[in-house]
Design a protein around this ligand. Structure first.
Ligand code: ZN
Length: 318
């Protein structure tokens, strides 16, 4: 047995395999160019690539789907569900929590959850915020999720990062007790050490840019303490050039926007292989399964009394 395969015998290692189902083209058009377009068909073909990859390694995951994707491509949601994966909510139009007020966020989440539940005929229990946008300032979002009936959330990056992060939040599965009387389980995202600093890992640009051995090392470091959380976006497996209209719009934009597009497309050809390294070496399941398993173990679960939250300061930009 070679070293790569032997680590599969580490039965304690089981990750929550998660996918944020969104279209890179329409989100990029809106957030970088200020142009609203519907999600393109690429979200369907790219999500199929993710599903094929999962099927090759015989693993199930949790797909946090945007309401707008479900609205335009309902069949995709049915396919994900029929393949045995869990469906969760990733918002409706991919607005980060700091861009919404309470009522607007309520409408976005309620619509997305209802749409996904109607399509699958199953209750949708989990949520992931766009861009991990729940932190100290937007923690009112957790109250909203509990109010809407979600069982768990997985939106907090428990380290300080450039654009997101809640450094003081714990790293383990936590039962958050809310001032409105509600409660919600929170699965904080995985963080790892890099030159002595804590950084996000096992997903997005971190998974794309780190070499395979580093991803494995970080997975095993996290797995010694808790269930790792892997996250990917279907567009990260898109190796084709974006449509010409995308680059036409980008021409007149700032250097920062151009650099961001370049950065987001780096190493896409490597994603399937790098993800495959993690999928073949360890065990993976849905977030719902991990939550059930943790609750059945009857071991103490961390509790966080959130107390009174601040209300959102900025109005939604609709
Ligand atoms: Zn997203």
């Amino acid at each position: 047995m070679n070293a790569e395969k032997s680590s599969r015998s580490n039965k304690f290692i089981k990750s929550a395999l998660t996918v944020d189902v969104e279209d890179g083209i329409n989100i990029g058009m809106r957030d970088l160019m200020g142009k609203n377009i519907a999600p393109t068909k690429r979200v369907v073909s790219n999500t199929h690539k993710v599903m094929e990859l999962f099927s090759r390694y015989n693993v199930k995951g949790t797909f946090f789907v945007l309401g707008q994707v479900a609205e335009h491509y309902p069949e995709l949601v049915r396919e994900i569900d029929a393949a045995g994966h869990e469906i969760g909510v990733h918002g409706y139009d991919h607005y980060q929590f700091y861009r919404m007020d309470y009522d607007f966020a309520h409408d976005q989440l309620e619509r997305a959850r209802k749409l996904l539940q109607d399509l699958t005929g199953q209750p949708v229990e989990g949520h992931r915020a766009p861009a991990f946008s729940i932190n100290e300032k937007t923690s009112w979002g957790l109250e909203l999720l509990a109010e809407l009936g979600f069982t768990y959330d997985s939106s907090i990056m428990p380290c300080k990062s450039l654009n997101y992060g809640w450094g003081e939040f714990g790293k383990d599965l936590t039962l958050v007790k809310l001032a409105n009387g509600g409660e919600l389980y929170e699965f904080p995202m995985s963080v790892g050490k890099f030159f002595g600093r804590e950084i996000p890992c096992l997903g997005g640009s971190y998974l794309r840019l780190f070499p395979g051995w580093k991803n494995k090392k970080m997975f095993e470091e996290v797995a010694r303490e808790r269930n790792p959380i892997i996250f990917i976006h279907p567009y990260e497996l898109d190796e084709e050039r974006y449509p010409d209209y995308f680059f036409q719009e980008l021409k007149g934009k700032s250097l920062k926007s151009k650099v961001r597009v370049k950065f987001m497309s780096l190493n896409r050809k490597e994603v399937a292989r790098k993800l495959g390294v993690l999928l073949s070496n360890y065990n993976h399941t849905t977030m719902e399964c991990i939550l059930k398993q943790k609750l059945s173990e009857k071991k103490p679960i961390a509790i966080y009394n959130l107390g009174k939250t601040k209300k959102p300061m900025e109005a939604a930009n609709g």
